[in-house]
Design a protein around this ligand. Structure first.
Ligand SMILES: Nc1ncnc2c1ncn2[C@@H]1O[C@H](COP(=O)(O)OP(=O)(O)OP(=O)(O)O)[C@@H](O)[C@H]1O
Length: 251
């Protein structure tokens, strides 16, 4: 099982911080919702965790995990769906770490890929180009790839965005299953009802941590108001600062 440590982390773009002064830990096996207003820095934080973005300051510790062993589900908007690749091949990229880019897909790998596609309810879609899928079907494909990665740390960026109730329920069941298997799962979310019902821990972000801990204690009207105000007041052109008085606590 893998936990995460944030050591006064600042993440940003072109030297401008987007998230700053994050300190704390996520326990191994935790199921954590990352919430906050638009532009709060949720995606930025997740990109930092998976290693796409290097911290401008501070460090993120992965409990000894190789970043390549993290399963990451990006926002669908970040995926180029015009790339001519079939559902089978796209889901199969979840095995790259095990078989290498040019390793070829043997019988065992093929069975695993077909199993993951079936597990998300997409039997019969194996040869479809990903560009022809609906939004909900594409989201199922992304979940199949995560499933195949069999990772100890799973990072999901708005995994239920713009999908219907049935698809959401199916995919949420997978998240609950991953948690039950002892994996550490973080998900950027907007649906407060879902967070309250299914995510025991929450990090409320507004460019820095506003509150972090048990979901019921974090999701108060006051905290949400503070988050909104902090986001509105944040200066996008600010330089990274050395101040280390960020508010945080362990989840
Ligand atoms: N590639 C980028 N280059 C420059 N600035 C960026 C980039 N990506 C995000 N930002 C900026 O970083 C800040 C945080 O954005 P981020 O996407 O992390 O927020 P978010 O909480 O995920 O928002 P949303 O809920 O709208 O998806 C925003 O001001 C955004 O404009």
């Amino acid at each position: 099982m893998v936990g995460l440590g944030f050591h006064n982390v600042t993440l940003g773009y072109d030297r401008h911080p987007a998230v700053h002064h994050l300190k704390g830990e996520i326990a191994p096996g935790a199921l954590v919702a990352v919430i906050g207003p638009n532009g709060a820095g949720k995606s930025t934080l997740l990109r930092g965790i998976v290693g796409i973005l290097k911290p401008l300051a501070g460090a993120i510790h992965l409990g000894g995990l190789d970043p390549r062993d993290i399963a990451y589900l990006p926002q669908t908007a970040d995926i180029d769906r015009s790339f001519p690749i079939s559902v089978f091949d796209f889901v199969g990229t979840g095995l790259w770490r095990g078989i290498g880019l040019f390793g070829g897909i043997g019988k065992a790998a093929r069975t695993k890929i077909l199993g993951a596609i079936a597990a998300v309810g997409l039997n019969g879609f194996e040869n479809r180009p990903i560009g022809t899928l609906s939004g909900g079907q594409m989201q199922r494909v992304l979940f199949a790839r995560v499933l195949l990665q069999d990772a100890a740390l799973i990072v999901l960026d708005e995994p239920f965005n713009a999908i219907d109730g049935k698809t959401t329920a199916d995919l949420l069941a997978l998240v609950t299953r991953w948690h039950g298997e002892g994996r550490t799962v973080l998900a950027a979310l907007h649906d407060m009802e879902m967070v309250r019902a299914h995510f025991p821990q929450t990090l409320l972000l507004a460019r820095g941590p506003v509150a972090w801990g048990a979901t019921a204690e974090v999701l108060t009207a006051e905290n949400l108001m503070v988050a909104m105000r902090m986001c509105e007041a944040f200066d996008d052109t600010a330089a990274a600062c050395a101040d280390d008085d960020g508010r945080s606590q362990a989840a």
